[in-house]
Design a protein around this ligand. Structure first.
Ligand SMILES: *Cc1c(COP(=O)(O)O)cnc(C)c1O
Length: 409
């Protein structure tokens, strides 16, 4: 199966071929795998040299290969690659915001994004209003004369509610602002923010794009050449370009990105169905389990699959979550998504620990919430591991309930 780009006939994207060919030229005598150029600096034949690369803080051939590939996936000019996802977001905010400006940010964004705005940019006179971006009228109501940027993440982290990118883009542009979408969870292979009207796609390539948990990275993709130039300028000024070795590792990961996302999404759908039916689970979050309007939006906005991330709430809250996590043997407890292994995160104490409890609750991150990033193990093995740990949690809370009631003994 080839995932093709459905929105714009002029831009049929064959992700499998773009990703498999990433960084390969095929010319006579060329290496099959594009080279890793670690050199910090590049020779010139004179002061008028027109050489493409001069110094690796500004640009580097291996990083440029990655940037061309990330751009191609979204029908855009080369992306701008950074050392981490948060470095990319920092550059984005520095490029677009000045003292006195205002940003409207989805309340479901990555915890680090929210911390960056609340604890850093706030001190430089940039004010943020957090809104539920799945409710488009809430976004519209938050817009002010000095709003320069709307920043959303969809599906929501970690509850997977869907924000309507097209509708939010309309509201954003009507107010004269720009829309950036954190597309880390689905990547351009399963969701195309720019085609839906967003101005910028923002990535932590650390997650699905690299895919093997061996290289941090971030990227910004835009079709606006002047904006891209501005972001490159910020990167040059602040020095947070992607490291060549990490760019090279990320290019190797990209070769299997569409394949991984399709397989991991299929397994995630199975896992979500299993969770929804388990008595120790009070709520399972996955786009196909959502209410009809959200399901319809997800089918329209996602390119044939809904990604590898599933979240669920365990009956018995924090105590049950602890037993569940301690009882897993295949799934790994880490603060991460997007690798080939199945990963488990306790959002309230890990990714969202720095988010104020009230904001955490509004984002649906209760103490019993567990996030899964479904990997490439067999779905049967993943489900067996989850079942054993959920059964253990259920038994423990039943035991505790009995301990409190004399007639149980
Ligand atoms: C991890 C993550 C980030 C931050 O990326 P780093 O590479 O860890 O700096 C931003 N957004 C989302 C959705 C993430 O999952």
């Amino acid at each position: 199966m080839t995932t093709t780009f459905p929105f714009d006939a002029a831009f049929p994207t064959d992700f499998d071929t773009i990703c498999t060919s990433a960084g390969r030229s095929g010319a006579d005598g060329d290496p099959l795998v594009g080279p890793l150029v670690q050199s910090t600096t590049f020779c010139r034949d004179g002061i008028a040299s027109a050489a493409t690369h001069a110094y690796s803080r500004v640009s580097n051939p291996t990083v440029a290969q990655l940037e061309a590939t990330l751009g191609a996936i979204e029908g855009a000019p080369p992306a701008i690659a950074f050392g981490t996802g948060l470095a990319a977001e920092t550059a984005l905010f520095l490029a677009l915001l000045r003292q006195g400006d205002h940003i409207v940010c989805g309340q479901h964004v990555y915890g680090g994004t929210s911390r960056l705005l609340r604890e850093l940019f706030a001190h430089f006179g940039v004010e943020t209003t957090f809104v539920n971006s799945t409710k488009v009228p809430d976004v519209a109501a938050a817009m002010r004369a000095n709003t320069k940027l709307v920043f959303v993440e969809t599906p929501a982290n970690p509850t997977l509610e869907i924000t309507d990118i097209e509708a939010v883009a309309r509201v954003t542009h009507a107010a004269g602002a720009l829309l950036a979408v954190d597309n880390t969870f689905l990547t351009g292979v399963l969701q195309q923010p720019l085609a839906l009207g967003a101005d910028l796609s923002v990535y932590s390539t650390t997650k699905f794009i690299e895919g093997h948990s061996v290289a941090l990275g971030g990227a910004i993709v835009t079709r606006d050449a002047a904006l891209a130039e501005r972001i490159r300028f910020i990167r040059k000024c602040t020095g947070n370009i992607q490291a060549p070795f990490n760019a090279w590792l990320t290019l190797q990961g990209i070769r299997t990105l569409p394949l991984r996302l399709r397989q991991q999404s299929a397994s995630a759908a199975q896992v979500a169905e299993f969770l929804a039916d388990h008595p120790a689970v009070s709520r399972a979050c996955y786009p196909m389990l959502a209410e009809p309007a959200q399901r319809k939006l997800a089918d329209r906005q996602h390119l044939g699959a809904h990604g590898a991330v599933v979240a669920f709430e365990i009956v018995g809250g924090l105590e049950a979550a602890k037993v569940f996590l301690a009882s897993l043997s295949l799934c790994r407890l880490v603060e991460h998504v997007g690798s080939v292994e199945t990963l488990v995160t306790h959002s309230a104490s890990m990714t969202h620990a720095d988010v104020p409890p009230e904001q955490r609750r509004r984002a649906g991150v209760n103490d019993g919430l567990v996030r899964l990033s479904v990997g490439l193990e067999s779905p049967d093995a993943i489900i067996a591991d989850l079942r054993a740990a959920l059964d253990a949690a259920l038994q423990r809370s039943a035991g505790r309930a009995c301990g409190e009631v004399a007639s149980c003994r």
